[in-house]
Design a protein around this ligand. Structure first.
Ligand SMILES: *Cc1c(COP(=O)(O)O)cnc(C)c1O
Length: 364
Protein backbone atom coordinates (compact mmCIF):
# COMPACT_ATOMS: atom_id res chain seq x y z
CA UNK A 1 0.00 0.00 0.00
CA UNK A 2 1.34 3.44 -0.93
CA UNK A 3 0.02 5.77 1.80
CA UNK A 4 -1.30 9.23 0.89
CA UNK A 5 1.24 10.75 3.29
CA UNK A 6 3.82 9.18 5.63
CA UNK A 7 4.25 11.49 8.63
CA UNK A 8 6.31 8.91 10.48
CA UNK A 9 8.98 9.06 7.76
CA UNK A 10 9.35 12.82 8.31
CA UNK A 11 9.91 12.28 12.03
CA UNK A 12 12.37 9.41 11.48
CA UNK A 13 14.53 11.51 9.13
CA UNK A 14 15.00 14.19 11.82
CA UNK A 15 14.54 12.04 14.93
CA UNK A 16 17.90 12.84 16.58
CA UNK A 17 17.47 16.60 16.25
CA UNK A 18 13.77 16.60 17.14
CA UNK A 19 14.29 14.44 20.23
CA UNK A 20 17.10 16.74 21.37
CA UNK A 21 14.94 19.85 20.82
CA UNK A 22 12.05 18.37 22.82
CA UNK A 23 14.43 17.34 25.63
CA UNK A 24 15.86 20.88 25.66
CA UNK A 25 12.39 22.31 26.39
CA UNK A 26 11.61 19.65 29.00
CA UNK A 27 14.92 20.34 30.75
CA UNK A 28 14.44 24.11 30.63
CA UNK A 29 11.51 24.08 33.05
CA UNK A 30 9.75 26.71 30.82
CA UNK A 31 6.53 25.35 29.32
CA UNK A 32 4.41 28.33 28.17
CA UNK A 33 5.63 30.93 25.62
CA UNK A 34 9.19 32.01 26.50
CA UNK A 35 12.50 31.82 24.60
CA UNK A 36 11.73 28.84 22.36
CA UNK A 37 8.51 30.44 21.02
CA UNK A 38 10.25 33.80 20.59
CA UNK A 39 13.13 32.19 18.70
CA UNK A 40 10.74 30.40 16.35
CA UNK A 41 8.74 33.60 15.81
CA UNK A 42 11.90 35.47 14.80
CA UNK A 43 13.02 32.67 12.47
CA UNK A 44 9.59 32.27 10.87
CA UNK A 45 9.18 36.03 10.31
CA UNK A 46 12.62 36.16 8.68
CA UNK A 47 11.85 33.16 6.48
CA UNK A 48 8.57 34.75 5.32
CA UNK A 49 10.12 38.15 4.68
CA UNK A 50 7.77 39.63 7.30
CA UNK A 51 8.69 41.96 10.16
CA UNK A 52 6.65 40.12 12.80
CA UNK A 53 5.39 36.62 13.57
CA UNK A 54 3.13 35.64 16.47
CA UNK A 55 2.90 31.95 17.42
CA UNK A 56 -0.60 30.62 18.08
CA UNK A 57 -2.35 27.39 19.01
CA UNK A 58 -3.59 26.49 15.50
CA UNK A 59 -4.42 27.82 12.04
CA UNK A 60 -8.11 28.45 12.69
CA UNK A 61 -7.20 30.67 15.65
CA UNK A 62 -4.67 32.49 13.44
CA UNK A 63 -7.51 33.43 11.07
CA UNK A 64 -9.90 34.33 13.90
CA UNK A 65 -7.38 36.47 15.79
CA UNK A 66 -6.25 38.20 12.57
CA UNK A 67 -9.87 39.21 11.91
CA UNK A 68 -10.35 40.28 15.55
CA UNK A 69 -7.15 42.35 15.44
CA UNK A 70 -8.70 44.17 12.46
CA UNK A 71 -11.93 44.79 14.45
CA UNK A 72 -13.96 42.80 11.93
CA UNK A 73 -17.21 41.63 13.48
CA UNK A 74 -21.01 41.59 13.32
CA UNK A 75 -22.44 43.43 10.30
CA UNK A 76 -19.18 43.10 8.34
CA UNK A 77 -18.62 41.01 5.23
CA UNK A 78 -15.41 39.20 4.28
CA UNK A 79 -14.84 37.87 0.76
CA UNK A 80 -13.68 34.23 0.78
CA UNK A 81 -13.13 31.56 -1.89
CA UNK A 82 -16.16 29.36 -2.61
CA UNK A 83 -13.83 26.33 -2.74
CA UNK A 84 -11.66 26.16 0.34
CA UNK A 85 -11.25 24.19 3.52
CA UNK A 86 -14.16 25.21 5.73
CA UNK A 87 -11.81 26.77 8.34
CA UNK A 88 -11.54 29.89 6.15
CA UNK A 89 -15.31 30.46 6.38
CA UNK A 90 -15.56 29.36 10.03
CA UNK A 91 -13.08 32.06 11.09
CA UNK A 92 -15.24 34.76 9.49
CA UNK A 93 -18.35 33.36 11.16
CA UNK A 94 -16.56 33.01 14.51
CA UNK A 95 -16.05 36.80 14.75
CA UNK A 96 -19.72 37.37 13.84
CA UNK A 97 -19.05 38.55 10.28
CA UNK A 98 -20.51 37.04 7.10
CA UNK A 99 -18.44 35.06 4.59
CA UNK A 100 -19.20 36.17 1.01
CA UNK A 101 -18.02 33.47 -1.42
CA UNK A 102 -16.36 34.20 -4.75
CA UNK A 103 -15.76 31.47 -7.32
CA UNK A 104 -12.29 30.30 -8.39
CA UNK A 105 -10.40 30.44 -11.65
CA UNK A 106 -11.00 26.78 -12.58
CA UNK A 107 -7.47 26.51 -14.02
CA UNK A 108 -5.70 27.43 -10.76
CA UNK A 109 -8.46 26.59 -8.22
CA UNK A 110 -7.68 29.92 -6.52
CA UNK A 111 -10.07 32.85 -6.07
CA UNK A 112 -10.68 34.57 -9.44
CA UNK A 113 -9.69 38.25 -9.05
CA UNK A 114 -11.98 39.15 -11.97
CA UNK A 115 -15.02 38.07 -9.93
CA UNK A 116 -14.18 39.92 -6.70
CA UNK A 117 -15.41 43.44 -7.53
CA UNK A 118 -18.99 42.22 -8.13
CA UNK A 119 -19.09 40.77 -4.60
CA UNK A 120 -18.03 43.98 -2.82
CA UNK A 121 -20.75 45.86 -0.91
CA UNK A 122 -20.77 48.77 1.54
CA UNK A 123 -20.30 46.18 4.32
CA UNK A 124 -17.20 44.50 2.87
CA UNK A 125 -14.18 44.91 5.16
CA UNK A 126 -11.59 42.43 3.93
CA UNK A 127 -10.53 40.06 1.17
CA UNK A 128 -9.44 36.62 2.40
CA UNK A 129 -7.67 34.74 -0.40
CA UNK A 130 -6.44 31.18 0.24
CA UNK A 131 -3.27 29.82 -1.38
CA UNK A 132 -5.03 26.55 -2.00
CA UNK A 133 -2.97 23.36 -2.37
CA UNK A 134 0.17 25.52 -1.92
CA UNK A 135 -0.43 27.37 -5.22
CA UNK A 136 -0.11 31.11 -4.60
CA UNK A 137 -3.23 33.16 -5.32
CA UNK A 138 -2.83 35.99 -7.85
CA UNK A 139 -1.97 38.64 -5.24
CA UNK A 140 -1.27 41.74 -7.40
CA UNK A 141 -4.84 42.19 -8.71
CA UNK A 142 -6.22 41.21 -5.28
CA UNK A 143 -4.10 43.92 -3.58
CA UNK A 144 -5.13 46.45 -6.25
CA UNK A 145 -8.85 45.78 -5.73
CA UNK A 146 -8.37 46.01 -1.95
CA UNK A 147 -6.56 49.31 -2.18
CA UNK A 148 -9.14 50.75 -4.61
CA UNK A 149 -11.96 49.89 -2.19
CA UNK A 150 -10.15 50.58 1.11
CA UNK A 151 -10.20 46.91 2.15
CA UNK A 152 -7.76 44.86 4.20
CA UNK A 153 -6.16 41.68 2.82
CA UNK A 154 -5.95 38.67 5.15
CA UNK A 155 -4.27 35.61 3.60
CA UNK A 156 -4.99 31.99 4.49
CA UNK A 157 -1.52 30.50 3.93
CA UNK A 158 -2.15 27.26 5.84
CA UNK A 159 -1.07 25.27 2.76
CA UNK A 160 1.58 27.59 1.36
CA UNK A 161 4.76 27.41 3.49
CA UNK A 162 7.64 28.37 1.19
CA UNK A 163 5.49 29.10 -1.90
CA UNK A 164 6.54 32.15 -3.91
CA UNK A 165 4.45 34.73 -5.78
CA UNK A 166 6.45 36.64 -8.41
CA UNK A 167 9.68 35.56 -6.71
CA UNK A 168 8.72 36.60 -3.17
CA UNK A 169 7.75 34.11 -0.48
CA UNK A 170 4.16 34.12 0.75
CA UNK A 171 4.09 35.78 4.18
CA UNK A 172 3.92 39.55 3.72
CA UNK A 173 1.98 40.41 0.54
CA UNK A 174 -1.29 41.20 2.31
CA UNK A 175 -1.82 42.96 5.64
CA UNK A 176 -1.75 39.81 7.75
CA UNK A 177 -0.98 36.21 6.79
CA UNK A 178 -2.33 33.19 8.68
CA UNK A 179 -0.44 29.92 9.07
CA UNK A 180 -1.20 26.44 10.35
CA UNK A 181 1.46 24.00 11.54
CA UNK A 182 -0.96 21.05 11.73
CA UNK A 183 1.19 17.88 11.37
CA UNK A 184 0.23 17.25 7.73
CA UNK A 185 1.12 20.76 6.51
CA UNK A 186 4.41 21.41 4.68
CA UNK A 187 5.85 22.81 7.91
CA UNK A 188 4.12 20.63 10.48
CA UNK A 189 4.47 20.34 14.24
CA UNK A 190 3.95 17.11 16.20
CA UNK A 191 0.57 18.42 17.32
CA UNK A 192 -1.35 21.64 16.70
CA UNK A 193 0.30 24.97 15.99
CA UNK A 194 -0.30 28.21 14.09
CA UNK A 195 0.96 31.75 13.56
CA UNK A 196 0.35 35.06 11.86
CA UNK A 197 3.00 37.05 10.00
CA UNK A 198 2.68 40.74 9.16
CA UNK A 199 4.67 43.88 8.42
CA UNK A 200 2.33 45.93 10.66
CA UNK A 201 3.70 46.24 14.23
CA UNK A 202 0.27 47.28 15.58
CA UNK A 203 -1.49 44.20 14.16
CA UNK A 204 1.22 41.88 15.53
CA UNK A 205 0.87 43.54 18.92
CA UNK A 206 -2.93 43.14 18.94
CA UNK A 207 -2.71 39.43 18.07
CA UNK A 208 0.00 38.96 20.73
CA UNK A 209 -2.29 40.46 23.38
CA UNK A 210 -5.41 38.60 22.16
CA UNK A 211 -3.66 35.18 22.26
CA UNK A 212 -2.82 35.59 25.96
CA UNK A 213 -6.13 36.51 27.67
CA UNK A 214 -5.98 40.06 26.35
CA UNK A 215 -3.07 40.62 28.69
CA UNK A 216 0.35 42.19 28.22
CA UNK A 217 1.16 42.31 31.93
CA UNK A 218 0.02 39.38 34.09
CA UNK A 219 -3.46 40.00 35.61
CA UNK A 220 -3.94 43.25 33.66
CA UNK A 221 -6.52 42.54 30.92
CA UNK A 222 -6.87 45.17 28.18
CA UNK A 223 -9.31 43.27 25.97
CA UNK A 224 -11.34 40.04 26.12
CA UNK A 225 -8.68 37.74 24.74
CA UNK A 226 -8.38 33.97 24.48
CA UNK A 227 -5.81 31.32 25.29
CA UNK A 228 -4.19 30.49 21.95
CA UNK A 229 -0.44 30.21 22.52
CA UNK A 230 2.02 28.21 20.45
CA UNK A 231 3.41 25.44 22.68
CA UNK A 232 7.18 25.77 23.26
CA UNK A 233 7.70 22.05 22.59
CA UNK A 234 6.05 22.51 19.20
CA UNK A 235 8.08 25.69 18.60
CA UNK A 236 11.28 23.70 19.24
CA UNK A 237 10.16 20.98 16.79
CA UNK A 238 9.23 23.62 14.19
CA UNK A 239 12.70 25.22 14.48
CA UNK A 240 14.30 21.87 13.61
CA UNK A 241 11.95 21.33 10.67
CA UNK A 242 12.21 24.91 9.36
CA UNK A 243 15.90 24.31 8.63
CA UNK A 244 14.79 21.54 6.22
CA UNK A 245 11.72 23.22 4.71
CA UNK A 246 13.36 24.38 1.47
CA UNK A 247 15.01 21.02 0.85
CA UNK A 248 11.71 19.25 1.52
CA UNK A 249 9.85 21.67 -0.78
CA UNK A 250 12.40 20.84 -3.49
CA UNK A 251 11.59 17.16 -3.02
CA UNK A 252 7.88 17.97 -3.40
CA UNK A 253 8.69 19.87 -6.62
CA UNK A 254 10.53 16.82 -7.92
CA UNK A 255 7.44 14.68 -7.23
CA UNK A 256 5.27 17.22 -9.09
CA UNK A 257 7.68 17.15 -12.06
CA UNK A 258 7.64 13.36 -12.12
CA UNK A 259 3.84 13.34 -12.12
CA UNK A 260 3.65 15.98 -14.87
CA UNK A 261 6.02 13.92 -17.03
CA UNK A 262 4.50 10.54 -16.17
CA UNK A 263 0.81 11.40 -16.42
CA UNK A 264 0.86 12.68 -20.00
CA UNK A 265 -1.23 9.75 -21.22
CA UNK A 266 -3.64 9.67 -18.30
CA UNK A 267 -7.09 11.08 -18.87
CA UNK A 268 -6.87 13.61 -16.06
CA UNK A 269 -6.40 17.38 -15.95
CA UNK A 270 -3.05 18.17 -14.32
CA UNK A 271 -2.43 21.21 -12.06
CA UNK A 272 -1.91 24.45 -13.97
CA UNK A 273 1.02 26.57 -12.76
CA UNK A 274 1.02 30.21 -13.94
CA UNK A 275 4.42 31.65 -14.93
CA UNK A 276 4.51 33.85 -11.79
CA UNK A 277 3.88 30.99 -9.35
CA UNK A 278 6.29 28.75 -7.47
CA UNK A 279 3.90 26.43 -5.62
CA UNK A 280 4.81 24.76 -2.33
CA UNK A 281 3.04 21.61 -3.64
CA UNK A 282 1.19 20.91 -0.40
CA UNK A 283 -1.18 18.82 -2.50
CA UNK A 284 -1.00 17.46 -6.05
CA UNK A 285 -4.57 17.70 -7.26
CA UNK A 286 -5.75 16.26 -10.58
CA UNK A 287 -9.25 16.57 -12.04
CA UNK A 288 -11.45 14.06 -13.77
CA UNK A 289 -15.19 13.98 -14.58
CA UNK A 290 -15.06 10.30 -13.54
CA UNK A 291 -13.20 11.00 -10.30
CA UNK A 292 -14.93 8.37 -8.18
CA UNK A 293 -14.09 5.56 -10.62
CA UNK A 294 -10.51 6.83 -10.79
CA UNK A 295 -10.19 6.84 -7.02
CA UNK A 296 -11.62 3.33 -6.81
CA UNK A 297 -9.11 2.14 -9.42
CA UNK A 298 -6.21 3.64 -7.47
CA UNK A 299 -7.44 2.12 -4.21
CA UNK A 300 -7.58 -1.23 -6.02
CA UNK A 301 -3.96 -0.68 -7.14
CA UNK A 302 -2.94 0.07 -3.54
CA UNK A 303 -2.57 3.84 -3.91
CA UNK A 304 -3.96 6.05 -1.13
CA UNK A 305 -5.72 9.21 -2.35
CA UNK A 306 -7.85 11.91 -0.71
CA UNK A 307 -10.39 14.49 -1.87
CA UNK A 308 -9.77 18.15 -0.99
CA UNK A 309 -12.62 18.81 -0.46
CA UNK A 310 -15.67 16.60 -1.12
CA UNK A 311 -18.35 19.09 0.01
CA UNK A 312 -17.96 22.85 -0.54
CA UNK A 313 -18.69 25.02 2.52
CA UNK A 314 -21.94 26.43 1.07
CA UNK A 315 -23.35 22.89 0.82
CA UNK A 316 -22.45 21.96 4.41
CA UNK A 317 -25.15 21.80 7.08
CA UNK A 318 -22.99 24.27 9.03
CA UNK A 319 -23.85 26.94 6.42
CA UNK A 320 -27.51 26.08 5.80
CA UNK A 321 -28.25 29.46 7.38
CA UNK A 322 -26.74 31.32 4.41
CA UNK A 323 -29.48 29.76 2.22
CA UNK A 324 -27.18 29.32 -0.76
CA UNK A 325 -28.50 26.72 -3.24
CA UNK A 326 -25.93 24.08 -4.34
CA UNK A 327 -26.05 25.55 -7.87
CA UNK A 328 -25.41 29.08 -6.58
CA UNK A 329 -21.66 28.32 -6.73
CA UNK A 330 -21.38 25.89 -9.66
CA UNK A 331 -17.58 25.93 -9.91
CA UNK A 332 -17.09 25.06 -6.24
CA UNK A 333 -19.60 22.26 -6.67
CA UNK A 334 -18.01 20.94 -9.86
CA UNK A 335 -14.48 20.98 -8.41
CA UNK A 336 -15.69 19.10 -5.32
CA UNK A 337 -17.01 16.40 -7.68
CA UNK A 338 -13.89 16.21 -9.85
CA UNK A 339 -10.75 16.77 -7.74
CA UNK A 340 -8.47 13.99 -6.51
CA UNK A 341 -5.27 14.44 -4.49
CA UNK A 342 -2.44 12.03 -5.34
CA UNK A 343 0.23 11.11 -2.78
CA UNK A 344 2.89 13.82 -2.49
CA UNK A 345 5.49 14.59 0.13
CA UNK A 346 9.23 14.74 0.74
CA UNK A 347 9.33 11.03 1.52
CA UNK A 348 7.50 9.59 -1.48
CA UNK A 349 9.75 7.03 -3.18
CA UNK A 350 10.56 7.04 -6.89
CA UNK A 351 9.31 3.49 -7.39
CA UNK A 352 6.01 4.42 -5.79
CA UNK A 353 5.58 7.44 -8.07
CA UNK A 354 6.19 5.13 -11.01
CA UNK A 355 3.47 2.70 -9.98
CA UNK A 356 1.07 5.58 -9.32
CA UNK A 357 1.67 6.97 -12.82
CA UNK A 358 1.26 3.48 -14.26
CA UNK A 359 -2.01 2.86 -12.42
CA UNK A 360 -3.34 6.19 -13.69
CA UNK A 361 -2.20 5.83 -17.30
CA UNK A 362 -3.09 2.23 -18.05
CA UNK A 363 -6.46 2.12 -16.42
CA UNK A 364 -5.18 -0.23 -13.78
C1 LIG B 1 -5.28 23.42 7.74
C2 LIG B 1 -6.02 24.60 7.26
C3 LIG B 1 -6.58 25.54 8.15
C4 LIG B 1 -6.71 25.32 9.62
O1 LIG B 1 -5.57 25.01 10.29
P1 LIG B 1 -5.64 24.23 11.72
O2 LIG B 1 -4.27 24.39 12.25
O3 LIG B 1 -6.01 22.83 11.43
O4 LIG B 1 -6.66 24.93 12.56
C5 LIG B 1 -7.15 26.67 7.61
N1 LIG B 1 -7.21 26.88 6.28
C6 LIG B 1 -6.71 26.00 5.40
C7 LIG B 1 -6.79 26.29 3.94
C8 LIG B 1 -6.11 24.81 5.85
O5 LIG B 1 -5.64 23.93 4.96
Amino acid sequence: MIPFLDLGAAYRELKTDIDAAVARVLDSGWYILGPEVEAFEAEWAAYCGADHAVGLANGLDALILALRALDIGPGDEVIVPSNTYIATWLAVSAVGATPVPVEPDPATHNIDPARIAAAITSRTRALLPVHLYGQPADMDPILEIASAHGLTVVEDAAQAHGARYRGRRIGAHGDIVCWSFYPGKNLGALGDGGAVTTRHADLADRVRVLRNYGSRVKYINEVQGVNSRLDPIQAAVLRVKLAHLDAWTDRRRAVARTYAAGLGDAEVILPHVPAWAEPAWHLYVVRSPSRDALQARLTEAGVGTLIHYPIPPHMQAAYAGLKLAPEALPLARQLADEVLSLPIGPHLEGVDMKSICQALSTGG
